[in-house]
Design a binder for this molecule. Structure first.
Ligand SMILES: [Zn+2]
Length: 817
C-alpha cells in the first residue's frame, strides 16, 4: 500500500491529536463484553404451529371455550350471593383432558389462603437502650381489615358439583383453584357440562381492599343506610388451558390478575326490586325491570348528542330513601366475553348516550354511567363522555369496539375493568352548605381512570393476554394508549407516559425487568404501567415513527383480538410488521434494568491538513505560538530581563533564524510527489476537501446507563441556526460503552446537545451538552426553629387542665386556663 495513502486515510483521525486516538478506541474490554444487539430468538420460545415466527396465531392455533348460564340471588341484608351455575366447556385443543381446573378467586379472602399467609409486615419498633423507644406502626385500615377478616366467613362455599346428568363429580380445592375430575376423559372437539352451586359472603371493599365488594352508606335517609354492590370474580371461572402453559392454575395472590377463556353468558340477577343493575352484556327483559319512562329515555339516548338520564338524580335520591321487600330478576346475555361482572344498588343514577361508531361490527354502542349522588356533577359531566372518547381513540389504534355496551360504574373500587363494564372510584365532596364540589385532581382522576378502564376492554378483555403472568402486557399497552387518548382530551394533565415520567424510576437501583411475573414485580406501578408505556411512546415517537408504529401496533391488536397473545407474539409482530429489528429495544427496555444515560464526553474540532508544507507547517507554527507562554518566561520579560542571545547578537546563527517549522525544498518536493502519486479520483477528492476546508468535529459519546438508544443530536451554529441529527441505536452495535462520531460541516458549531427535547428518558441531562452548561435552579431561605421536643409536655401546667365534656367542647374553656 502506498505510504502517502495511509497518511491520508489516517490523517483525519491521527494528524492533529494523539489523545483522540486513545479516546476513540473501539476495542471491547475482555470479560464484560455485552452484545446489546444479540438476537432475541435465543430467549423467545421457538415458533410453532400455534404461534408462528411472525408473531401471528399459527396455522393450528386453538383456544378453549367456556359458556356460562348462571342464576344468582343477592341477599342485601346478609351481603351474600347464592347461585347456580352451568358451564359448557368446549375442548378445542388437540389434547384429551381428564380434569378441568376452576378458579375460585373468592378463596383469596380465606384466612388460610396463600395470599394471607404470605403477607408481610414491615414496620418495626426502634428499641433504644438509652432514650425513648419508637413504636412500630399499624394503620387503622390494617386493623379494620384484620377485624373484618376475623369476623366474617369468607371464600366460596361450594355446595354441589355435578355433570349434565346430575351425577356428583369429585373435586379437590387447592387454594384459589379447584380441580374437577371428569367421569370420562374429554376428547378433542368434545364438550362437557359442569353444574356448580355456590355462594359466598361479599367483602366490604373499604375494609378489605379488593377488585369487588360492597360499600355501605350509613348516612342515607333509609333506615340502616344503603349499599353499592360491585360484583366481580364472583362465580367459579374455568381456568385457561393454553398451548404455551397448559392449565394456567398458578395460585391467585392478588397482584397477578386473570387468565380467562372466551365464551357466551346468560345470567339472571335476582335483586331487590328497587335496585338498578349494570352488567356485562345486554339486558334481555327491559319490560320486566324498567319502567315505560326508562325504556323511552333509553330509546332517546341512542340518538342523543349528550348523555340522557335513564334514572335522574332526583329519582335516585327518592329511591334511596325507602327500600322494598319485592324482588326483580334482571336477565343479561353477553357473547364472546372472557368474564362477566355486574353492579347493583338502589342509589344509582343512570345516564346513557349512543355512540354512533358506524362500520358493520357494532354501529351503535350504548355508553352508560351508573353512579350515586356522591358522584354528582363530576360524573354527570365527564363519565359517559370519557367512555365515548376512549372508544373513538382506541378503535383508531386497534379495531372497532365490538360489544353493544360500554359502561362506567361508580363504587368503592378505585378502578377495575371487565368486559363492557368498569368500576371507577372518584367522587365529589359534600360541603357544609349541602353543595358538592370536586377538586381538579379528582376531575383528572375521573377522566383518567374511565379512559384507562374502558381502554382495558380492548386490552386485555379482547386482546386476551395472560395477566397472571404479565401485568405489563395489559397495563403497559393500555397505559400507553390511555396516554394517547388522555392527551387528546387534555395534554396539560400529566398522563405518566412521557419519557420524563419514568427517569426517576429508571435510575433507581431496586428494580426488576418488565419481563417479570406479575406477583414478583417490585414497584408495580412504574414497572408494569409507566415504564412499558413510556417505552412504547418512545418507540412510536423516536424510533419507528408514527406511521410504522401505528401500522404494527394495529396489526398486533387485530391479529390477537379475541385470541391469546404472549410477549413473544407482541415483540415479533412489532418487528415483523414495522420491518425494523427491535431486538435491542426489547432487550434493553423489557429484559434489563438498564437506564438511558448518554453522555457527550468530549468534542474535537479538526482541520484537514493540506499536505502543502508551506501551509501546514505555518499553521503548526501558529498553533505553537497560541499555546500559553510559560510563567517563568513571562515574568522575565516583565522584569525586562534580556536573554544572552539578545545581549550578544554576534552569537546568532542559522538556527536562530529558522525553527522546526521552517520549510525546505525537500518537503516541497515530497508534497509534489505525494500529489503526483494520487490516482486522478484521489486527487480530485483531496483537492476538493482542501479547497472546501470544512470543520471536522469528532464527538465522543459514553453510554453510562447501559441502555442503548438512538442519539438525538442537535448542533447549534455560530450563526444562531440549529440542525438535528438522528443517529440510530445501531451505532452502539460494536461497542455499547463508548462510540465516536464524525460530523463534517461548513459551519462553526458553538454547542452540541444530546436529546435536548427530553424524548429518550435520558436520566442525566447535565452531561448531554458540550460544552457543559451551568444548571439553573433555586435556593430557599428558612427560619431556624429551636427544637421543642424536650419541653413538649409541661406537666406542672398541664395538670391544671379541666376535663372536657361534650357540652363544654364548644365554649373554649380550656383556652381561658
Ligand atoms: Zn389497568
Amino acid at each position: 500500500m502506498n505510504k502517502s495513502k495511509v497518511w491520508l486515510i489516517a490523517g483525519l483521525v491521527l494528524a492533529s491529536n494523539v489523545q483522540f486516538a486513545q479516546a476513540s478506541a473501539v476495542s471491547q474490554p475482555k470479560g464484560n463484553f455485552v452484545d446489546k444487539f444479540r438476537q432475541l430468538d435465543e430467549v423467545l420460545p421457538t415458533p410453532n404451529v400455534y404461534r408462528n415466527a411472525a408473531g401471528e396465531p399459527g396455522e393450528n392455533y386453538w383456544q378453549q371455550q367456556a359458556d356460562y348460564t348462571i342464576k344468582v340471588r343477592l341477599d342485601e341484608e346478609k351481603r351474600r350471593i347464592d347461585a347456580q351455575e352451568t358451564i359448557q366447556y368446549h375442548n378445542n385443543s388437540p389434547y384429551t383432558l381428564k380434569y378441568i381446573w376452576i378458579q375460585l378467586d373468592q378463596n383469596i379472602f380465606r384466612n388460610d389462603s396463600m395470599s394471607e399467609r404470605t403477607s408481610t409486615f414491615n414496620s418495626k419498633p426502634d428499641i433504644s437502650l438509652g432514650g425513648v423507644d419508637k413504636p412500630a406502626k399499624i394503620s387503622l385500615n390494617q386493623l379494620r381489615r384484620q377485624q373484618f377478616m376475623a369476623d366474617n366467613e369468607l371464600g366460596f362455599s361450594i355446595d354441589k358439583i355435578a355433570d349434565s346428568r346430575g351425577r356428583a363429580l369429585d373435586f379437590v380445592i387447592v387454594g384459589t383453584n379447584m380441580r374437577v375430575d371428569l367421569p370420562t376423559p374429554l376428547k378433542p372437539n368434545q364438550k362437557t357440562e359442569l353444574a356448580i352451586d355456590f355462594g359466598f359472603n361479599i367483602v366490604e371493599e373499604d375494609a378489605v381492599g379488593a377488585r369487588s365488594g360492597y360499600e355501605h352508606f350509613p348516612d342515607d335517609a333509609r333506615e340502616g343506610g344503603n349499599d353499592i354492590f360491585l360484583m366481580a370474580q364472583w362465580y367459579p371461572r374455568v381456568a385457561a388451558f393454553t398451548d404455551y402453559e397448559a392449565w394456567t392454575n398458578k395460585e391467585f395472590l392478588g397482584r397477578g390478575e386473570f387468565t380467562q377463556e372466551f365464551g357466551d353468558f346468560t345470567v339472571e340477577i335476582d335483586v331487590p326490586a328497587d335496585h338498578i343493575v349494570s352488567s356485562t352484556g345486554v339486558l334481555q327483559n327491559p319490560r320486566q325491570v324498567l319502567s315505560n319512562a326508562q325504556r323511552e329515555r333509553l330509546e332517546q339516548a341512542k340518538k342523543a348528542d349528550k348523555p340522557v338520564f335513564i334514572v335522574t338524580p332526583e329519582e335516585a335520591l327518592e329511591n334511596e330513601k325507602a327500600g322494598t321487600d319485592k324482588r326483580k330478576v334482571w336477565k343479561f346475555s353477553a357473547e364472546n366475553v372472557r368474564d362477566f361482572a355486574w353492579a347493583s344498588s338502589r342509589k344509582f343514577i343512570w345516564d346513557a348516550q349512543g355512540y354512533q361508531q358506524g362500520g358493520n361490527v357494532q354501529p351503535l354502542v350504548m355508553a352508560m354511567s351508573f353512579y350515586p349522588k356522591e358522584g354528582g356533577e363530576l360524573w354527570e359531566k365527564y363519565s359517559t363522555a370519557s367512555v365515548i372518547h376512549t372508544m373513538e381513540v382506541y378503535s383508531r389504534f386497534s379495531f372497532d369496539y365490538p360489544y353493544p355496551t360500554s359502561q362506567s360504574v361508580n363504587g368503592p373500587v378505585g378502578g377495575m375493568e371487565y368486559p363492557m363494564i368498569t368500576f371507577n372510584g372518584p367522587r365529589t365532596i359534600l360541603q357544609d352548605d349541602g353543595s358538592r364540589t370536586y377538586s381538579l385532581s379528582e376531575k383528572r382522576f375521573l377522566i383518567g381512570v374511565v379512559i384507562h378502564e374502558i381502554g382495558h376492554i380492548y386490552f386485555p378483555m379482547i386482546v386476551n393476554s395472560d395477566e397472571r403472568q404479565w401485568t405489563w402486557m395489559d397495563e403497559g399497552l393500555n397505559s400507553f394508549l390511555d396516554g394517547v387518548a388522555g392527551r387528546e382530551w387534555d395534554p396539560t394533565i400529566p398522563w405518566g407516559v412521557e419519557p420524563r415520567s419514568i427517569v426517576d424510576y429508571m435510575k433507581s437501583t431496586n428494580q426488576v425487568p418488565i419481563m417479570t411475573q406479575s406477583d414478583s414485580v417490585l414497584n408495580l406501578g412504574p414497572n408494569a404501567y409507566t415504564k412499558p408505556a413510556a417505552a412504547l411512546n418512545i418507540l412510536r415517537e423516536v424510533i419507528l415513527g408514527r406511521e410504522l408504529f401505528d401500522y404494527a401496533f394495529k396489526e398486533y391488536a387485530q391479529r390477537w383480538a379475541f385470541k391469546r397473545p404472549t410477549p413473544a407474539d407482541f415483540f415479533r409482530t412489532m418487528e415483523e410488521a414495522s420491518g425494523v429489528d427491535l431486538d435491542w429495544f426489547w432487550r434493553g427496555w423489557f429484559y434489563s434494568t438498564d437506564h438511558v444515560d448518554i453522555s457527550l464526553e468530549r468534542v474535537y474540532k479538526l482541520r484537514l491538513d493540506t499536505q502543502d508544507p508551506d501551509i501546514d507547517w505555518e499553521r503548526r507554527r501558529q498553533e505553537e505560538a497560541d499555546k500559553p507562554t510559560p510563567l517563568f518566561v513571562k515574568r522575565n520579560q516583565a522584569e525586562g530581563r534580556k536573554t544572552w542571545v539578545e545581549l550578544n547578537p554576534s552569537v546568532r546563527d542559522f538556527h536562530d533564524d529558522n525553527d522546526r517549522f521552517t520549510v525546505t525544498n525537500k518537503q516541497r518536493n515530497a508534497y509534489q510527489s505525494f500529489l503526483e502519486k494520487l490516482e486522478p479520483w484521489e486527487r480530485r477528492v483531496f483537492e476538493r476537501a482542501v479547497a472546501e476546508d470544512k470543520n471536522y468535529y469528532v464527538l465522543d459519546f459514553k453510554n453510562i446507563g447501559g441502555l442503548v438508544m438512538p442519539i438525538l443530536l442537535q448542533a447549534t451554529y455560530s450563526d444562531g441556526t440549529t440542525e438535528s441529527l438522528h443517529i440510530p441505536a445501531e451505532i452502539w452495535r460494536r461497542n455499547a460503552q463508548s462510540v465516536s462520531k464524525l460530523i463534517v460541516t461548513d459551519k462553526e458549531v458553538v454547542e452540541f446537545a444530546v436529546d435536548p427535547n427530553w424524548e429518550t428518558a435520558d436520566v442525566d441531562i447535565e452531561n448531554n451538552y458540550y460544552p457543559r452548561r451551568i444548571m439553573p435552579s433555586r435556593i430557599e431561605a428558612f427560619k431556624y426553629n429551636r427544637s421543642t421536643d424536650h419541653i413538649s409536655r409541661d406537666l406542672m401546667q398541664d395538670a391544671k387542665t379541666k376535663l372536657k365534656s361534650s357540652e363544654t367542647e364548644d365554649n373554649n374553656e380550656e383556652e381561658q386556663n
